[in-house]
Design a protein around this ligand. Structure first.
Ligand SMILES: Nc1ncnc2c1ncn2[C@@H]1O[C@H](COP(=O)(O)OP(=O)(O)OP(=O)(O)O)[C@@H](O)[C@H]1O
Length: 654
């Protein structure tokens, strides 16, 4: 296992070496089992140093690559409330201290609500607002940018791309997390090695949605292992797994620590055997530290503080019971005092060595701070994200097939209802209703689809963005670009069906004026959906989206002519993109000096003269260019707003 991961590490590093160097590497591979592996994205390793380590000659340097985390006086205050309500401040972590040495598997334990996830968030740098105190990395104040380059955060819920197979998920991770100079052969080798190690190789071709809970968890770990981080933070990696999967997962993590990685997990009450697999445990209760030290020294600690663990009782269960106050509320307080709220290192297995290491690093540590946070160029990120986006689209039953299907079905339905209404002087009003119905269809279908599907993407975006897969700009650009071909296809199919079934004027210019207006409505509605989907969850978004649509309809000029709007309400029409869209489609069908519309002999045709009709509905037919400019402005403003909201969301959760 160790050899496999050493190899994997090597494959990250040896991208630019010559063939000769490759053969040297192969020669050295036999020794790899004995060598501690090296992180490619380590906090303070330059390329030359990596190569030295790669060939495995300097054990001491490898030790220096590992990450020792120390923290003191760490508090976190949550702020609740909004601009309409009074703000409440609640302190969740209370000046806790602690030490997470390298090469250790560390469990943060405690009752529900003790602050485990919060501490993990603070230490990983995921949570920034409301945090006070000091976090040190290898004896120096944590440089968050550098620290993030050598660490990863694996969330409790598995935020995977469900439509991609295990291999495809890994391929995307490798393409985004490894430098572009790494050959695809090396990347594939790395992927295979990690999948073998995490026992996922059998499921290589299985889509992530079809994996079991344990497999999903392992895939989440595998994705981050691609860049070989030296620090891994895992939020409840065993939750939802059966005992055998728990053991598999913790065993794998334990094996990874043998490479010098610092692995910190939050965990609910583990079984005695699982508990024993951790090197170190950090117990929290109500935001205070009750114990930190070696797992095997928890029982002596409990004896020392006068609360010996009963025989045959799982120490992990017992300490949680103590933390919950089941044996008296004063006991947790006494334990906090005994550990100095995390300051005491007395129950570490070798506390003296820890302080020495820290001193060595304090003088030797040279941390470059000028290199980029993301491993690959913006162009590469866009390329990979576009590839992933198109792959997802081609398999997405809702976003693709249902969307195309709905457009065809609705097109056929409307076409049947308004059969040949476009060229019938007696059905001009019906046709006007049809034009509005078409705009409503484009608006609602696109907006609702985005509102319903984007929040799921948000959770994946938050995880991947924090783990430095890509920049928000490139993500957003890819989301925008990936959808364009499908939007054009759906809109075009719908337009062709409806235009010819309802017998609209058979002129190329009119057809394309009509199509372009519909297309812009689709894009604007999508931008509107993105703003709402990025800000609200599905439930709130589903309420807010359609509700905001109602005033937009009122101000469109349909039902109430714009010229009949009270003066003090006229401003509203400028906020409705439907107003410009309606003017655009009506202008396309009835403007441009259209001739008299045919009228069946037996009927009275009030609006057979298009000019009269335009006058009646209060639409100017010479405004098409201005309407398109207005729609483009809406499009631009909404797309920029969606980006700003996304950015705000990404950072506000932190
Ligand atoms: N942003 C926040 N605003 C308000 N309260 C918060 C915030 N974040 C955490 N809390 C509160 O802080 C406490 C600790 O939360 P945290 O999620 O860290 O607990 P935990 O130990 O991980 O619990 P569990 O094991 O149940 O997941 C909880 O009472 C929670 O409600």
């Amino acid at each position: 296992m160790e050899a496999v991961l050493n190899e994997s590490t090597n494959s990250h590093l040896g991208q630019s070496e010559s063939k000769e160097e490759d053969s040297n590497r192969d020669g050295a591979a036999a020794d790899a089992v004995l060598l501690p592996p090296v992180p490619p994205a380590s906090v303070h390793v330059n390329v030359a140093a990596e190569k030295v380590l790669f060939y495995g000659t300097k054990m001491m340097e490898t030790v220096q690559n590992s990450v020792d985390i120390e923290f003191e006086n760490v508090s976190f205050t949550a702020t609740q409330g909004n601009i309409f309500t009074k703000k409440n401040h609640k302190e969740i972590l209370h000046k806790v201290a602690g030490r997470f040495p390298p090469g250790q598997l560390i469990a943060i334990m405690g009752p529900s609500g003790a602050g485990k996830s919060t501490l993990l968030d603070v230490l990983s740098g995921y949570r920034l607002q409301g945090v006070n105190g000091n976090v040190y990395v290898n004896g120096k104040t944590r440089n968050l940018k550098q620290f993030r380059k050598s660490s990863c955060y694996i969330t409790q819920d598995d935020r995977l791309q469900p439509l991609l197979t295990v291999e495809e998920n890994m391929q995307v991770a490798a393409d985004l997390k490894l430098p572009s100079s790494v050959s695809s052969h090396e990347k594939n080798r790395t992927i295979d090695e990690i999948l073998v190690t995490l026992k996922l190789i059998e499921t290589k071709k299985v889509r992530a949605a079809r994996l079991s809970g344990g497999q999903k968890k392992r895939l989440s770990i595998a994705l981050e292992l691609v860049s070989n981080p030296m620090v891994m933070f895992l939020d409840e990696p065993t939750t939802g797994l059966d005992s055998s999967s728990c053991t598999t997962c913790i065993t794998l993590l334990k094996q990874l620590t043998q490479q010098g990685k610092t692995i910190v997990c939050t965990i609910h009450q583990p079984s005695a055997s699982l508990f024993a697999m951790f090197d170190q445990v950090y117990v929290l209760a109500d935001g205070y530290c009750l114990y930190q030290g070696a797992t095997n020294r928890l029982v002596p600690f409990l004896e020392d503080v006068g609360y010996p663990c009963p025989k045959y009782h799982n120490p992990a269960d017992y300490v949680i019971e103590l933390a919950c106050g089941e044996y008296g509320t004063e006991k947790p307080l006494q334990m906090v005092q005994a550990t100095g709220n995390g300051k005491s290192l007395n129950y570490f297995n070798n506390p003296e060595r820890l302080s020495n290491n820290s001193k060595i690093r304090e003088t030797d540590n040279k941390t470059p701070n000028d290199d980029a946070l993301l491993p690959t160029s913006q162009l590469n990120q866009l390329k990979v994200l576009l590839r992933r986006g198109f792959l997802k689209s081609s398999r997405d039953e809702t976003l693709t097939y249902l969307r195309v299907g709905t457009n065809i079905v609705v097109g056929l339905m409307l076409g049947s209802i308004y059969w040949k209404a476009g060229n019938d002087g007696s059905k001009v009003l019906d046709n006007y209703n049809l034009l509005f119905a078409i705009l409503m269809h484009h608006m609602m279908a696109t907006m609702m689809l985005t509102i319903l599907t984007f929040p799921q993407e948000m959770s994946i975006l938050i995880k991947e963005h924090f783990n430095r897969w890509y920049s928000l700009k490139m993500y957003y650009t890819s989301v925008t670009l990936v959808d364009i071909p499908l939007s054009i296809l759906c809109c075009f199919v719908f337009t062709v069906i409806i235009y010819f079934m309802t017998d609209q004027p058979f002129e190329t210019v009119r057809f394309f004026m009509f199509f372009i207006t519909c297309m812009l409505v689709v894009l604007v509605a999508q931008g509107f959906g993105l703003v709402i989907g990025a800000y609200f969850n599905v439930v709130n978004g589903t309420f807010v989206g359609p509700t905001l649509t109602v005033p937009m309809m009122m101000f469109s000029g349909f039902g109430v002519r714009l010229c009949d709007l009270p003066q003090y309400m006229y401003w509203g029409s400028y906020t409705s993109y439907l107003r410009y869209a309606l003017e655009g489609v009506v202008g396309a069908i009835y403007g441009r000096g259209r001739e008299t519309i045919d009228c069946p002999e037996e009927k009275f045709c009030m609006y057979k003269y298009p000019k009269d009709f335009l006058l009646m509905v209060g639409v100017r037919s010479d405004q098409f260019d201005n309407d398109m400019i207005a729609l483009f402005i809406f499009l631009f403003v909404l797309r920029i707003s969606a980006f700003v909201v996304l950015r705000y969301k990404l950072f506000s959760v932190r």
